[in-house]
Design a protein around this ligand. Sequence first.
Ligand code: G3P
Ligand code: CA
Length: 255
Amino acid sequence: MDFLWYDEAIWNKDGDDEMVLNFAHRGSLTEAPENTIPAFQKALERGTKAIELDVQLTKDKQLVVCHDHKLTRFNKSSTTLIKDYTLEEIKQIDISGSFKDKYSGTTLPTLDEVLAICPKSILLNIEIKNIPVIYEGIERLLLDKLEEYNRLDQIIISSFDHVALKNVQDLNPSIPLGLLFHYRILQTWNYAENSDLNVYSIHPNHVYVDQEFVTKCKGKGYKVFPYTVNQKERYEELVEYGVDGVFSNNPDIFV
Ligand code: G3P
Ligand code: CA
């Protein structure tokens, strides 16, 4: 597969196979509440070229950016599922969590808010956060939103829910798809090839990625972006294997 957007807009060079492009995972989450506007701003200020974020839907079908299906980790008094809050209700909830001294009052951002602050030159990996909640219809709402912001380039849509990725493909076959894998499965590269998906990249949990894994995936023509790689030594090992980039919480890696 040949994505000119990738080489020209981000890497702007020949021989991209030698290049590594790292994603700020949920923004710069060691510096501000994860997946919030301050976290994305911090990542941008540091000069990241790529950002990963998670999307879900509120009760009134608004796209919001959050990893967990509940906000309890950030605000103990909030125990309701995101899918059962309206956007107006969810915007009342402070999710500054452990950053409350500096970022008190921070709320869950809508995808609109994030798209509005991310320059088009930034590669966005938007993860559809299905399972255990499955957001029926999120694929169309997401693609419509990206179209509204003229943001169908410089994008990878990923998910652990590969059926959601098939739904994305059925709606728009030209979107680069990232197959996420938490557990090790047999011959991931063959699974990807047989999946009936236009897989652009494989996004494995980094703990089981080795030389064979990278070689086999790349041999099938897939980019490999392991998550979540925070230790410099492990990062360097993965780069030696030939990964195309990683998702990282560590600014020393994602910049
Ligand atoms: O997309 C990479 C990574 O974010 C997947 O795992 O649980 O952090 O969303 P998780
Ligand atoms: Ca994610």
